[in-house]
Design a protein around this ligand. Structure first.
Ligand code: SF4
Length: 354
């Protein structure tokens, strides 16, 4: 309780900031990881890193972040990039719609400048409340919450919230708690919660003994929190892809502009060839997307030179074509067989593409 003198009257005000805010910030100053995108507060850097971090572990994304910034050092460079270079820069990160939205937003920012408030930032393609809150607080020092899965978990535990954290009303409740707890610099505070969630208050069993906010935490059984909705079962599909080769080069086709893996390079789908002479089975594998699983099999099919127009050497592919992770095992297996130098069309033994 604090006492304030206003004119002749004495007024009591309640300090709403919970006791854990300062210890959390002190802990963050000492323990935060040294990450390239945290070395400055440049909005473009914070923005790209937050979009990348949405589906990728922070440690794994550092190399991708560095590569991206080398290719597109400014928002203008990103705005002007051609589609293939853009996809290539995102290769390995998956969920390519993120980078397409990033570019659409960059084109707006290059024309009109970077908005500063959380509300305005959310009008840009691909920027939701979390990313907008992160940019507004870290780059512009605004009091804006940035609530992602880490923050939901930490706050559900701190306040022992035993409701489904994905429900909008529960998210709003947590956002209010975060805003109440925020102390300056607000950007650091948001990052402190995220860092606590990544390093201490981790999914599963957290390290409560080493936690700087332990004495304020109300969670009786932290491993059981947060409460999440039941996961939907992923749909499963069998896929057979044909990797055509003339012995030196590989056929790749650009996928349609809409749908899964849109605009990226892949192999055509086809049936298992009837005549297997001269054809090589490639090792099968599963590829897991957000909502579906592909059970993939593939065949390396020799064809005559000139049969297909879109044939590329591995050097050409690796220099500038984005082959998504879903196709990489097929691509790598095909390259290994080509490197052995034994693949080539054998007369009367090849199924030509239909
Ligand atoms: S005490 Fe444990 S459950 Fe509570 S915030 Fe810290 S790590 Fe998370």
């Amino acid at each position: 309780m604090e006492t304030e003198r206003i004119g002749e009257t004495v007024q009591e005000t309640i300090n709403l900031t919970p006791g854990f805010s300062r210890p959390l910030m002190d802990w963050y100053q000492v323990h935060h990881r040294d990450l390239p995108f945290r070395r400055d507060r440049e909005p473009y850097h914070i923005w790209v890193s937050e979009i990348m971090a949405q589906q990728t572990r922070i440690e794994a994304m550092v190399q991708y972040y560095d590569r991206f910034m080398t290719l597109f050092p400014t928002v203008q460079d990103l705005a002007a990039a051609d589609e293939d270079t853009l996809h290539r820069a995102w290769q390995g990160l998956g969920y390519y719609s993120r980078v397409r939205n990033l570019q659409k937003a960059a084109q707006i920012v290059a024309r009109e400048g970077m908005p500063r408030s959380k509300k305005e930032l959310q009008t840009l393609p691909g920027i939701g409340p979390y990313t907008a809150g992160a940019i507004a607080s870290i780059s512009f020092g605004q009091k804006a919450a940035a609530v992602d899965g880490n923050v939901l978990r930490v706050f559900a535990r701190l306040y022992n919230i035993r409701e489904d954290v994905m429900k909008p009303a529960v998210k709003r409740k947590i956002e209010t708690r975060v805003l109440d707890a925020m102390i300056e610099p607000y950007g650091d505070f948001n990052q402190a919660i995220m860092e606590l969630g990544a390093l201490v208050c981790t999914p599963g069993t957290p390290d409560c003994a080493g936690c700087p906010v332990n004495q304020w935490c109300l969670a009786g059984d932290p491993a059981s929190l947060p409460v999440l909705p039941e996961k939907k079962r992923k749909t499963e599909e069998k896929k057979t892809f044909l990797v055509y080769t003339d012995g030196q080069r590989i056929h790749l086709e650009k996928r349609p502009a809409k749908g899964l893996l849109a605009g990226l390079y892949g192999f055509p789908e086809g049936a298992v060839p009837e005549d297997l002479t001269g054809i090589h089975a490639l090792p099968g594998y599963d590829h897991v997307f957000t909502h579906k699983i592909w059970h993939i099999s593939g065949w390396l099919v020799p064809v005559d030179e000139g049969t297909l127009p879109e044939m590329y050497t591995p050097e050409e592919i690796e220099a500038g074509m984005a082959v998504p992770t879903a196709f990489q095992p097929l691509y790598k297996a095909a390259c290994s067989l080509l490197a052995e130098g034994t693949i080539g069309r054998q007369p009367d033994s090849v199924n030509t593409p239909g």
